[in-house]
Ligand binder design. Sequence first.
Ligand code: AHR
Length: 662
Amino acid sequence: LTVQVNRPGAAVNKNMYGLFFEDINFAADGGLYPELVKNKSFETDDHLLGWKALRGGAALESYVVLTDGPIGPTNNHFLRLSTKTGGPEAGFVNEGFRGMGVKEGAEYTFSVYARRGPGSITGLRVTLEQPGPRKDGPETPDSGAALAQAQITGLTGEWKKYSVVLKPSATFAKARLKLTVDGTGTVDLDVASLYPKDTWMKRENGLRPDLVQLLKDMQPGFLRFPGGCIVEGRTLAQRYQWKETIGEVAARPSLVNRWNTEFLHKFTPDYYQSFGLGFFEYFQLAEDIGAEPLPILNVGMACQFNSAELAPIGPITAAKGPNATPAAADDAPTLQTFIQDALDLVEFANGPASSPWGAKRVAMGHPAPFHLKMLGIGNEQWGPQYLERYELFAKALKAKYPAIEIVSSAGPSPDGPLFDTASKRLAELKAEYVDEHYYAKPEWFRQHADRYDKYARTGPKIFAGEYAAQSVAIASPENRNTWDCALSEAAFMTGLERNADVVGMASYAPLFAHVDAWQWTPDMIWFDNLNSYGSPSYYVQKMYALNKGTRVLPVALPGGAKNGTDNLFASAVADDKAGDVVVKLVNYSTSPRAVKIDLAGAKKLGKTGRAQVMASADLQTQNSLKEPQKLAPQESTFAVSGSVVSYTLAPNSFTVLRVAGR
Ligand code: AHR
């Protein structure tokens, strides 16, 4: 192989490898967002989702979800309990998100809004417990061993927030919370929360630290949020509306999750979005992990695989002030609503405290702007209906914020016409990026490492916004995160890197999955209520991100062969910051392969280099909670002789070689 070190080519985008976040597979509630109580505000369609009366309510006079005299207009349901005598069986349990993961000695803040009614109720008992043996069958989840207990007293006739700290005596992955009432009478409860104190940066309403750490370790260039199909919604009424996800957490209304569906694997009828992780938190997360924020907004179209509902175009007016959405709540939104949401989002992220939306960010504790530079319009959408909306949308956005780069979308099938129909028009409209998605078999990834070799250099750049090799079939529940998938992705990514002049950003998808509550597989990071691990695909992504370099270097395979010939894939970059040459090699073969790499034209090369290698002869190798690093990069050194590196690639391996010098 020859790497032309003295002929550096295109610059590699400093944000090239990033993250695609979507609330699928319990990625937010039940995952990154560590609230342990499910449906804490009784606002889901089934208002008692996640809650069960102890002994079927036998120790209660009655229980009912009411709306009269709520704590606020958007959080307007609460639970009223009337007790006969009160005591340890008069109350409710919350099951959490497939249980509650709690750690011995760690602190958890329980808080609740409570209001006392007629009677002599003196307080509430809060117990964190192991699910115990059931005395009377499944409808009566009675006490297990208590892990922690606390008392709330001093209830009054007005809504008031009460807090206590619980410290579990043991680590338990599937604990639950029990709330019981002392005394006879009536009490109203709302926003019952159990929140770990150990969050990322120890923030209140902060995120789960092990999961954020895995993201940060990847040094991601960008964070795309909040999805995915979730942006679109099955209907327009169920679309993601960022304005409903900011401000006081207790006031954020819940919404049925787009992935609360029978499509694909596990039907998760309990899948709702609490929006405790909302747009402010996404921006903050991006900042914490050093990634550029990339929000994707609805373009006025519901998911084309569901209702395909369209917002009428209607009159488009110049940018308006805050809350310029239609006056009547039940008015069907027109495209103007969606455009206004986008304009207001830029102001929320970047505007000064004196601007209406900037003031909301400041009020949430972030006076500095979030430096939003990119915004996506639509997810996985195509055809004339998309283009006509996109055009008006982009025009309005550019008129007010010319520096914001726009990511436009493309249809879902990488080889189909849906990709192509849009591209000509998007080029005419000078879209900065087109968001291409490909979910395909591992061989597709190896066969398409040249996908961008002949791509037009004059049109929009590519954002490979969602991709993953599917071990069995696209969206099959049997898909697994095998080494075959990850290695094939690594092979494909040599093509992304070689074409860094046209491919500006790339992200694997989906990002997260709860082992007990997923709808889609494979996924990059898996977790249960306590632990997490990166799949082989995670490590491939990380190796690329940590070795992205600054400029592409031309690579010639022996005899001028095409990249991928004989299952050898290669790309190279100069890392001007570190002063290194970096070569990436994929050997998709059961045999070791000796390669001689001529670092042509290089000056002052080091005598040794550093190798990072992921290798497993068995292409079915996977990581798991039990063996989280069964397959992860291994480091070693190698000799450099003059300008030549002689290296033997392991069978089925992805290798990154780094040599100091230019
Ligand atoms: O990543 C899962 C889904 O795949 C995304 O929500 C959607 O954009 C794509 O179809």
